[in-house]
Design a protein around this ligand. Structure first.
Ligand SMILES: [Fe+2]
Length: 159
């Protein structure tokens, strides 16, 4: 059964919600590939999901750092453990094991729980900071070329 987006998963931060929706889209794609028994497609979707999720985590962590979120470190740790967990699945897959079913159920449970709990925890702080405002690089100190704000973060973490 594909995951249907539930408003309980919304953080209210548009840029984060659209990234979360895309991750859920990959989880659903994985289910389709698994049901078809298309191994090449399963591998392809897993690669895309890992790549996108890592960019998303990087984006989220940088946003939380900019906002001075006090639970950034434990949040980063949770992301790190997740990546380790997924990597152990890909290592098993590389040895020829069929992990699609188990990985799909872990992803669905873990990500939905993480979004609904840990991610929603930082939403209030970010929204107070104006997380939905498209910010530009105003008043950047001389010599600082890194763009700031949401637009800058997007450029740093996504191709
Ligand atoms: Fe997160």
């Amino acid at each position: 059964m594909p995951i249907v987006w539930d408003s309980k998963l919304d953080t209210g931060i548009e840029v984060i919600d659209s990234q979360h929706r895309r991750i859920v889209g990959y989880i659903n794609d994985l289910e389709v590939a698994k049901t078809k028994g298309d191994k090449a497609l399963v591998t392809d979707v897993i690669e895309q999901l890992i790549d996108y999720t890592q960019s998303h985590f990087g984006f989220e962590e940088a946003m939380l750092e900019d906002a001075g979120y006090k639970f950034l470190k434990p949040h980063q740790k949770v992301h790190e453990l997740f990546i380790k967990r997924v990597t152990s699945f890909t290592m098993r897959a590389a040895k020829g094991e069929d992990i699609a079913e188990e990985l799909h159920s872990m992803l669905a449970k873990w990500l939905l729980n993480h979004i609904a709990n840990e991610d929603r925890d930082y939403a209030k702080l970010i929204l107070e900071e104006g997380g939905n405002e498209p910010q530009t690089n105003q008043l950047a100190p001389l010599g600082q070329t890194r763009p700031s704000g949401i637009a800058g973060l997007l450029k740093r973490f996504f191709r």
